[in-house]
Write a protein that binds this ligand. Structure first.
Ligand SMILES: [Zn+2]
Length: 267
């Protein structure tokens, strides 16, 4: 049985943070959305992936794709998927603002259309909810909008998620007394070392047909707790990603985009 890893990058605003009473996000501590760290981190990660021949799925916020002129980048080796229009909190959990069903549908359709404009050679099949905030209504709307899968749900082990469309979940479970997740967030924040994280990857590969790993491109050079990081710290974060992915490859995992794994690519 072949093990698979889908490395995914959420490309959104630097330290995208929910605003109270507004659906869209800004950069934490600012009154606007910045894309500098997101872009520079993306350039580093793209180079790392290409150097190793690793495919990946890029969940682009449509606003970020436009701000970064991402259509000018050569991304033919990558899957492009959707991470909202302007990093909406679709459930209103953090913003306190309940979006109407019609407003959510309009935002999803516009995000998909914008990404199709920016990336005319890609088909946009997948979706990941900003903040991983999802509910049944959002999943229904994704299907109605023409998305072919979602990757917003976190579970301890891959299983059938009760959803109207295929779900490619993120994983989270305890290893050596600490909860670890598909998201490299805590690793990037320095909450634990790469060595402490690798047993999570090993166990996840043992128990699941597809292991999704995820990071934000800005997380190389921005820390939620510490703010802007030095070039050396950004390089160290990039090395953490390299070590995790190298470990997966050395464990025998095959790298794939999510759409290729599901066989839903329409290109
Ligand atoms: Zn995000």
């Amino acid at each position: 049985l072949k093990m698979h890893v889908a490395f995914t990058i959420d490309v959104d605003a630097d330290v995208a943070w929910a605003c109270e009473g507004k659906t869209c996000a800004v950069t934490k501590g600012k009154d606007e959305a910045l894309f500098e760290a997101s872009e520079s981190g993306f350039v580093s990660l793209q180079a790392l992936l290409e150097e190793n021949g690793w495919p990946a799925t890029l969940f682009f916020e449509a606003r970020a794709a436009e701000a970064m002129n991402a259509g000018d980048k050569d991304l033919k080796n990558f899957e492009i998927a959707c991470h909202g229009l302007a990093h909406e909190d679709f459930t209103g959990k953090d913003t306190g603002l309940k979006m109407k069903r019609g407003d959510k549908a309009a935002v999803l359709a516009e995000a998909k259309r914008k990404l199709e404009d920016v990336f005319p050679r890609h088909s946009i099949s997948g979706f990941r909810a900003p903040y991983l905030h999802w509910d049944k209504e959002l999943l229904e709307l994704l299907l109605e909008t023409g998305f072919l899968y979602d990757s917003s749900v976190t579970v301890a082990r891959e299983r059938e998620v009760d959803s109207p469309l295929p779900e490619v979940p993120l994983l989270e479970f305890e290893v050596a007394g600490k909860k670890k997740s598909s998201y490299l967030w805590q690793l990037m924040e320095g909450k634990y070392s790469v060595e402490e994280y690798l047993p999570f990857v090993a166990k996840a590969l043992e128990e699941n047909a597809l292991v999704v790993l995820a990071t934000h491109s800005w997380h190389l050079s921005r820390s939620v707790a510490k703010g802007e990081l030095s070039d050396a710290q950004a390089k160290a974060n990039e090395e953490k990603v390299r070590k995790v992915l190298n470990f997966a490859e050395e464990s025998g995992a095959m790298f794939t985009s999510i759409s290729d794994f599901l066989g839903v690519s329409l290109d």
